[in-house]
Design a protein around this ligand. Structure first.
Ligand SMILES: Cc1ncc(COP(=O)(O)O)c(C=O)c1O
Length: 364
């Protein structure tokens, strides 16, 4: 086992969360019924805190799912009759295309070369009902700015927009009204254990999902936006037995995020830390960021690029010091490594990594 991990998910758990986990065990929260009034209060707190933290309009819906991938699939199933459109620049954004195909939709897309960002000014075909954007492409570290999302919204007010914000939600000051669907999971910037996906949708999504279902286009099965929403509206319940622990932890964690100043403070702290990570990378020989233009590189996750020998050395040195460095993703594995900059990662963690790597590369 390692003492410190920089992997981008599951990632380092915030120390305060460890206390919450102990408390959940001690107070029997893990043994309550998911239909009990106690659970309703826990779920309600998590929903209300999320709405405050992310400035989600009161009438929008927060849904608790199993993972971000489940939410990606639900986004397509709930809004697309025939055609979807996907901006892609890495593994996760491309996964939307696969999901759409699997659901027998017609996915159109604009694929950017990995390491560069998409051209969001290019026209999206008329027939596309849904546009997907991956705000932080975790395989390459590419980030879509809130400004880009705002411009897409402005250009296509009638289309559905879904943002996969898995690796960045919670550390960038977004305007949630600029998309219809936001989805992510909590093992990244929320510093919680894996196993809880969150989906935030507006009423328009609920209505489209209902229409597609009533027209017999998308069978609903056990799960679906309307069923999820209805359960939530009734008493903050979920369809299946949920991850009660994580929902409890989410309520506590979002309270701390709100208390420290909300999204602007989270973003400010994240930017201070990412500058330190860049400082470190710039001091090391033969290492660059995979994203060519640093303005397009995520503030929450850096994908660093080098030759195979240097990447292997980075992993080896980290391992010898009980640090778990994030490996590159998929085909990028041999020549990249990834450092997450989620809220659980502290300045002290970055200093430790810095001293270990600088010593190994003989940098003063
Ligand atoms: C951008 C992005 N989308 C989706 C996922 C899938 O998340 P989950 O495993 O919680 O379904 C990940 C996981 O790393 C991700 O980084």
């Amino acid at each position: 086992m390692f003492d410190l991990t920089f992997t981008p998910g599951p990632s380092k758990i915030c120390p305060e969360v460890k206390k919450d986990i102990t408390n959940a065990i001690d107070t029997k929260i893990l043994e309550i019924s998911h239909r009990s009034p106690e659970f309703c209060s826990i779920s309600q707190l998590a929903v209300e805190n999320l709405k405050t933290f992310l400035k989600i309009p009161r009438h929008w819906h927060v849904l608790f799912l199993g993972s971000a991938i489940e939410a990606m699939e639900l986004a397509i199933r709930s809004t697309v009759k025939e055609t979807s459109f996907h901006f892609t620049n890495g593994n996760f954004s491309e996964y939307f295309i696969k999901l759409a195909k699997d659901l027998h939709k017609k996915p159109l897309y604009q694929k950017a070369v990995w390491g560069t960002k998409n051209d969001y000014t290019e026209d999206v075909p008329n027939e596309a009902e849904l546009i997907t954007i991956t705000q932080c492409e975790s395989s390459t570290g590419c980030m879509v700015s809130p400004e880009d999302i705002k411009n897409i919204r402005k250009k296509y007010p009638e289309k559905f927009i879904a943002v996969d914000a898995t690796s960045i939600m919670g550390v960038i000051d977004i305007d949630i009204k600029q998309a219809d669907i936001w989805l992510w999971s909590v093992q990244k910037c929320f510093g919680l254990p894996a196993g809880l996906g969150i989906m935030v949708v507006n009423q328009k999504v609920w209505e489209k999902s209902r229409d597609l279902h009533q027209q017999g286009i998308n069978p609903i099965g056990a799960f679906g936006i309307e069923k999820n929403v209805n359960k939530m509206l009734k008493n903050y319940n979920t369809i299946a037995t949920p991850n009660v622990l994580n929902i409890y932890l989410l309520g506590q964690q979002t309270q701390r995020f709100i208390d420290k100043g909300g999204l602007p403070t989270m973003e400010k702290e994240t930017r201070i830390k990412i500058a330190k990570i860049y400082e470190l990378l710039d001091s090391l020989p033969n290492i660059t960021t995979f994203i060519k233009n640093r303005n397009d590189s995520s503030i929450s996750l850096v994908c660093a690029k080098s030759d195979e020998a240097t990447v292997a050395k980075i992993h080896q040195v980290c391992k010898e010091n009980n640090i778990h460095m994030g490996t590159g993703y998929g085909k990028l594995k041999p020549t990249t490594f990834r450092i997450c900059n989620f809220p659980a990662i502290t300045i002290e963690d970055i200093k430790l990594l810095s001293s270990v790597l600088k010593k190994a590369f003989h940098i003063k």
